[in-house]
Design a protein around this ligand. Structure first.
Ligand code: COA
Length: 262
């Protein structure tokens, strides 16, 4: 049987490839579960320091939730639809958002629905100049269900977000860059090298400091600033006495580049 998520590690970076190209990498339950299992594996493997997420084939990053599959849950009623579809998808995007190692989406094509929601949830995103995005759930008569009604307006602003959510119209990579949904747009052939280069610029720093920055920024964004400052203080405090912080401060005192850990 074909694996729904391909897993390959090189240079301390895990490349996860959503692998249902004949279905435009639609997010079946099996694919979501495989992605979660891959993240579990990566989280406890100190040899892996960053994750790049991309899509198989030449058309899509992901065309979103598998409509045929979740339709059967909808037909089964509210409880089944929430349990099997919504909670599973929300857990996936929440896990990506809070993951302690940097996750970079390399958006190689269509990122519609859940594909766009993954892009919203991950820490950083690089898009191919062939990528296109959409929030098409409204065409199906529903709001987004994998966090897209919450993260997009927070990320790009309420009015920009609502325009995309209410029209459902596709938009190109350059627009995604302009509104802050992705960090960069690169020629298609340079997508994975660009994502890898970005990952390398992050993982030269200590893993504990990287995790602290991700946690402080991600948790803090969803809180009032007073609570966010408390999270920032806790993240710093947890590093006092750590190897990374001691080494970084010693390098500063000795006027030499920091020793890269891990
Ligand atoms: N769920 C399940 N299957 C999907 C899918 C999805 N979200 N998106 C695409 N597919 C399948 C199609 O059914 C088709 O399979 P088939 O060849 O067995 O019929 C295959 O992927 C190719 O898609 P197709 O629709 O033929 O390609 P297209 O180029 O004509 O259109 C899209 C591309 C993305 C515009 C169109 O597939 C689409 O609208 N998909 C749904 C997007 C969406 O609403 N996502 C949010 C879901 S909540």
């Amino acid at each position: 049987m074909t694996e729904p998520v391909l897993f390959h590690v090189a240079d301390r970076i895990a490349l996860l490839t959503l692998n249902r190209p004949d279905k435009l990498n639609a997010l079946s339950y099996a694919l979501i579960d495989a992605l979660m299992a891959a993240l579990d594996r990566i989280e406890t493997d100190p040899a892996v320091r960053a994750v790049i997420l991309t899509g198989a084939g030449d058309r899509a990053f992901s065309a979103g939730a598998d409509i045929d599959e979740f339709s059967t849950n909808v037909a089964d009623g509210r409880a089944a639809a929430l349990r099997d579809f919504v909670r599973r998808g929300q857990a996936m995007t929440a896990r990506l958002e809070a993951f302690s190692k940097p996750v970079i989406a390399a958006v190689n094509g269509l990122a519609f629905g859940g594909g766009c929601e993954i892009t919203e949830a991950v820490h950083l995103a690089v898009a191919s100049d062939r990528a296109s995005f959409a929030k098409p759930e409204i065409r199906l008569g529903m709001p987004p269900t994998f966090g897209g009604s919450q993260r997009l307006p927070r990320l790009v602003g309420r009015k920009r977000g609502l325009e995309l959510l209410l029209t459902g119209d596709p938009f190109p990579a350059q627009r995604a860059l302009q509104i802050g949904l992705v960090n960069a747009v690169v020629p298609h052939a340079e997508l994975l090298p660009a994502a890898r280069a970005l990952a390398q610029r992050i993982i030269r720093h200590g893993p504990d400091a990287v995790a602290a920055v991700i946690t402080a920024a991600t948790r803090g964004l969803n809180m009032a600033i007073g609570e966010g400052l408390q999270v920032e203080a806790e993240q710093f405090a947890a590093l006092v006495g750590s190897r990374d912080l001691d080494a970084g401060l010693a390098a500063w005192r000795e006027r030499r580049p920091p020793r890269v850990s891990g």
